[in-house]
Design a protein around this ligand. Structure first.
Ligand code: P5A
Length: 440
């Protein structure tokens, strides 16, 4: 992508409305724009990061056996009347009427709709277990939307829903998502700790929130400090192994970890003082097992091996991609801007032409840009006629992991400079060496 033809509206000044660093940097880097309170457009640079986050979420959901579909944002009120949540959900639900005056709503979550899809076609235990997910916009009319897309009214959610014949089966489905979440957050460069959590309007008894420790987090959390170094399940994890997944779950729940709603002071005090971690955190995922809470009132049942009908045991599993992007920034930035983990960086490499219009600089940059693009890299080429200082500041702000800098003096020697955004380390090398480093 040539920066001269891209749309990346960088802000020079710090936006006054931004209270936390991720919100400030997302606005400054031209990633998002507020359209009305708690409702955002994702501009091209932000959209690239969001897409990469979603691709990782999707890969790990698929690996764990979940199947993707797409459900609408607008839902009929009737479904929610069946489950009893239409009245219970309160003011957070945005209610609307269509031209026939039928009550509709902008979905805050999809338990009812997916249960309706399930009951319309699945009749036998032989079709279980089943886990269906989508990545879709949601709307919750939050009292206090804030911190940009960290807590917005319209936001994206990956929501998965599992269906099993028995409680034991449902627990295995829960453990699959538990392990998939550990892998997902790790691949996003984050350390998320599963904590016992309150179930709120979703319901059920078994529930974990996945929390990233951060001073700007909205939740108050308490846990054993050893969680920070626990091993993440590997990519060859066998998601069909009941014992294997139970062992992962048991290990990751063997020490104290709870959000403030579930906090048990006495149990926490039993943890040796030096091992206690009391901190603030960002909730990036939340998983629930709620048994037959929706299947019973909505009549979602299957014939079991005993020939009788059974209400299915369900769970639901949410991740917030539009919250994850600022969470990653909270965890990874410096005074100059964002430092993206390579897995979600909007571009892999930025090529900086320090003197656009200079034939040798132009030729060198074109050569590098073409070679790296051909090799399948996402490359941003800063071919604008801004001053070199402005280009360096922009590259640091948008946090691309590698900068290849071509200035007249180095280029005259057939060389360029390669800078690592995270460490700041710079290396001068030949043009070929710079290309080969990233093509190999
Ligand atoms: C689980 C999937 C649910 O809604 N039903 C379907 C269950 N859970 S949840 O905890 O309420 O939300 C899941 C995740 O969505 C993100 N999230 C938000 N992100 C941005 N702004 C918001 N206002 C917002 N509300 C929820 C969080 O990451 C949460 O863990």
């Amino acid at each position: 992508m040539r920066l001269s033809r891209y749309f990346m509206p960088i802000l020079k000044e710090n936006p006054k409305e931004a209270e936390i660093v991720s919100h400030r940097l997302m606005l400054r880097a031209g990633m998002i724009r507020q359209q009305s309170q708690g409702i955002y457009s994702w501009l091209p640079l932000g959209k690239r990061v969001l897409d990469k986050v979603n691709a990782i979420i999707r890969e790990e959901q698929n690996r764990a056996g979940a199947i993707e579909l797409s459900m609408p944002t607008l839902q009929s009120a009737e479904l929610w009347q069946e489950s009893g949540r239409y009245d219970a959900y309160g003011k957070e639900m945005l209610r609307i009427k269509d031209r026939q005056h039928r009550p509709m709503l902008y979905g805050p979550t999809n338990e009812e709709m997916v249960t309706d899809i399930f009951r319309s076609s699945i009749k036998s235990y032989k079709d279980l277990p089943l886990n269906l997910y989508h990545i879709q916009l949601k709307f919750r009319d939050e009292i206090r939307p804030r911190f940009g897309t960290m807590r917005s009214r319209e936001f994206m959610m990956k929501d998965a829903y599992s269906f099993d014949l028995t409680r034991e089966g449902a627990e295995h489905s829960y453990n699959k998502m538990f392990a998939a979440y550990l892998r997902t957050f790790d691949r996003l460069g984050l350390r998320a700790i599963p904590m016992r959590a309150d179930t709120g309007p979703i319901g059920g008894k078994l529930s974990h929130e996945f929390i990233i420790l951060a001073d700007t987090g909205e939740s108050e959390v308490f846990c054993h400090k050893d969680f920070v170094d626990f091993d993440i399940p590997g990519e060859h994890t066998d998601f069909d192994s009941v014992e294997g997944l139970q062992a992962i779950f048991d290990k990751w729940t063997s020490l104290y970890a709870a959000t403030s709603e579930m906090h048990d002071e006495a149990a926490f005090n039993a943890v040796p003082e030096g091992d206690r971690l009391s901190a603030r955190g960002i909730e990036v995922g939340h998983i629930f097992y709620f048994g037959t809470k929706y299947s019973e009132p909505m009549g979602a049942k299957v014939q079991g091996p005993d020939g009788k009908e059974h209400f299915v045991h369900m769970g639901s599993y949410g991740i917030g991609p539009t919250r994850l992007v600022p969470a990653i920034i909270e965890a990874s930035h410096d005074d100059n801007g964002i430092i993206w983990p390579a897995s979600v960086a909007p571009f892999d490499i930025v090529v900086i032409n320090m003197k656009a219009g200079d034939q040798a600089c132009d030729d060198t940059c074109e050569l590098i840009y073409a070679a790296l693009t051909k090799a399948g890299k996402d490359v941003l080429y800063d071919d604008t006629d801004d001053r070199a200082g402005t280009k360096f500041a922009t590259a640091d702000l948008i946090g691309v992991p590698v900068q290849i800098i071509a200035g007249p003096r180095a280029v005259a020697n057939g060389e360029v400079e390669v800078k690592d955004r995270k460490t700041g380390a710079r290396e001068t090398m030949t043009i070929e060496a710079a290309i080969n480093r990233f093509v190999a």
